[in-house]
Design a protein around this ligand. Sequence first.
Ligand code: CA
Ligand code: CA
Ligand code: CA
Length: 266
Amino acid sequence: MRRTTLAVLALSACLVPAAVAQELWRQNPVNSFGGLSAQDARNPGGLGWFSEVVDNFEGQAGSSIGSIEFWGGYAQDARGNTHGFMIRFYDGADGQVGTLLSTQDVFTFTEVEYYNTTIPPIGILRGYHYTLDLASPVTIPSTGQYWISITAILDRGGTATEPQWGWVASSTFNSPGCMQRFFSPNFTQQSQDVAFVLHAADSGPSCDPDVNQDGNADQDDFAYLTNVIGGGENPTGIDPDFNQDGNADQDDLASLVDVLAGGPCP
Ligand SMILES: [Ca+2]
Ligand SMILES: [Ca+2]
Ligand SMILES: [Ca+2]
């Protein structure tokens, strides 16, 4: 037990976040019904991949992106029939769009209205919040700048009557601005960013090391669980069997220490 206690004390200078659904990057949206066009029209006789938008983020070596959120819309009152999204990651040395690291087409996604506004000649214009899981998580090879590209797979041109899809702007700005190519192979720098969230890939079961429920995962939680396992009060009502092996004992304290130190949940 002595070694365990020392390990926890060593943590006191750096509070670690709870080991649950880790968010790797966030750029929140403005309230809008559309944005920069990013669309691949694969219908026969259609326009093809005529527009793309990329925006940068700071990637951490070894982190793995498993799911994303983003915001967009159609700038008309009827929802478009989007088939899916092409999600790409590029490396980003020198502020330029570099080598393609990953491209995947994802056809399972959620599209939920988060905003609308009425513009009388057009109708009700709606913005949508999207979520999707990547088919294969993307691992960041080294710490540095990367670009994410999100393109709606949506018919356009030929006999299609579908609208354009646009990626909603971000309410924050992380330099450099996003870039767009539109009927051109060349990206053009924009003076805004676009809205997206990167989530880490699931790394096994989840758990909440904040057993005393004070918002921090730290040595106070170790003290709390120690007391509960010793027969003390349990005002937060947590299950003291932290490692879920059927017994509440010192193995649970060891398991909690591992998680507080950034290890995986038991
Ligand atoms: Ca940016
Ligand atoms: Ca706590
Ligand atoms: Ca246990």
